[in-house]
Structure formats: structure tokens, C-alpha cells
Design a protein. Structure first.
Length: 112
């Protein structure tokens, strides 16, 4: 949706598909990239989540890079809340795992 002139701030719109319930989860987030500290802090601007924020941290280990991700998410739905909360947590973990695998493939492919 928007990017600052220096590229440090990015606002993006997302739609997650929850096939198990035939529904979507929509949100707009702000990402703040800090090249000096090798981090990205992201937070919810608006959307279906009650809370969505976190940090990505990249640490140079010489011949490889360590990626740490902290995500705090809340999705409140009356009556079916606990069931959906568990599924959303599982989906968020799957999303991070898939993202890590895609990054790994990209980086390893660039080195060959």
C-alpha cells in the first residue's frame, strides 16, 4: 500500500485463507526495517486481529544467518474463539515455517 522514501517503513495489506472454516482473515500492517540492527518490527494498523505484532531479527553467523521471529497475535471470536484461536496459532506457525523454507531455498540457490 505504501513505502517510505528510504524504504524503512512499509505498509502492506494481507489476506489469510482459513480453509478449515471457509473464511479469511484480513489485516493491514506496518513494517519498520532497521538495517543497522538487522531487524524488522511489524504491527497491526487495522484488521480482523485484536492484536498482531512482532519482530524479525537476522544475526550474521559468518557462513550462515540465524533468523529469530517473535509474533504476538490475538484473534477474538465469540463462542468459537478457543477453536479458532488454536487454528490461527497453528496457521501462523505454518506461515513462518513456510517463509523460512522459501528464504532458505532462495539463499542457497543464490550461492550456487
Amino acid at each position: 500500500l505504501e513505502r517510505s522514501g528510504d524504504g524503512r517503513r512499509v505498509v502492506s495489506e494481507w489476506v489469510g485463507i482459513v480453509k478449515e472454516f471457509g473464511t479469511t482473515v484480513k489485516w493491514v500492517e506496518e513494517d519498520i526495517w532497521d538495517d543497522l540492527n538487522h531487524t524488522c518490527e511489524f504491527s497491526l494498523i487495522k484488521g480482523d486481529y485484536s492484536k498482531y505484532r512482532g519482530t524479525w531479527k537476522f544475526t550474521d553467523l559468518g557462513d550462515r544467518t540465524r533468523f529469530d521471529s517473535e509474533i504476538e497475535v490475538e484473534y477474538d471470536v465469540p463462542l468459537v474463539g478457543p477453536l479458532i484461536k488454536g487454528l490461527i496459532a497453528k496457521k501462523m506457525k505454518e506461515n513462518v515455517d513456510n517463509m523460512l523454507m522459501a528464504i532458505k531455498r532462495q539463499v542457497e540457490g543464490a550461492g550456487s
